[in-house]
Design a protein around this ligand. Sequence first.
Ligand code: NAD
Length: 330
Amino acid sequence: MEFVYEANPARVIFGRGARTKVAEELDRLGITRVIVLSTPPQAALAAEFARDIGHRAAIVYPGAAMHTPVEVTEAAMEAVRSLNADGILSAGGGSTTGLGKAIAYRTDLPQLVVPTTFAGSEMTPILGQTEGGVKTTVRSMKVLPETVVYDPDLVMSMPLALAGTSGMNAIAHSVEALYAKDANPVIALMAQESIRALNSALPQLPSMEAWTEALYGAWLAGICLGSVGMALHHKLCHTLGGTFNLDHAGIHAVMLPYTAAYNRAPVSGLYDLMRKVAPKKSLREFGLSEADLEHAADLAVKNPYYNPRPVTRDGVLDLLRAAYDGGRPQ
Ligand code: NAD
């Protein structure tokens, strides 16, 4: 047994009603002037947080968008400067957390994140941003949030279709952590526990116990994503999502049974779960064409990367065709 294990420091507060601890947690971080971030549909939630944080000064910026466009970050930076903000409160999914990280990358301000999906970005030192249609990724401890408040009451507003795909997205982090190049026994424990929790909880939604268990699983999955390197599944979803502008979590959900089967056949449980919880169950339903699959296969082998099974164009094209048809992976 040989491995390197490195933990990412973070303070985590988990439980129903944990959102009421946000003001106290801002105090712990020494934050007195806070920029509160959300997407446009979650502006009301951001406004509630701005109201609930008492004497602190707050400015709400509800403009977060998918894939963290640099123009949005620059507009948010104006708000940061106008308040002379000394901290960031991100209330939302991966898009909102992404905007908070982009601000932290530029300012090194402390971040408190209140996740409302299962994306897991709040546990990682990774920032993906888009400029001129090109997505780049940076890894920096400046973007790792200092404090994360997980409150199951805040994920339960997710429509079940989003909860299902977001949960499968989280499972994908854990599945790839199990065969990562830099895998280690601690992360493997978290990965297995996270898959167990999400697999048990997702089909039981919307019960309150299931929301709680799924959020717990998503937290562990986020730690996996932030701790070890990902492989074929994440690279392929990144390519498909970026090239054809497809829903991030939806693509993860539909691809996972096939990428897992590519690396370790057969993986029936993931296929059964995907059929139960994902609204779109094949790549065809995303409106892709056969030519798109060829293009995606070309892109997928352009820059070599680690994967337990060598990544070949033919192999990837077969995998994409299987995901396109939506049958049980062989
Ligand atoms: P998202 O944040 O884009 O949210 C999807 C939609 O759901 C948005 O319209 C949002 O307003 C809404 N929403 C979120 N929570 C809700 C709730 N509780 N109730 C009702 N509506 C809600 O989606 P996501 O899947 O969480 O995040 C995807 C983005 O995060 C992608 O850009 C992806 O690249 C990024 N990401 C980054 C990392 C990382 O480590 N850097 C990890 C995972 C995801």
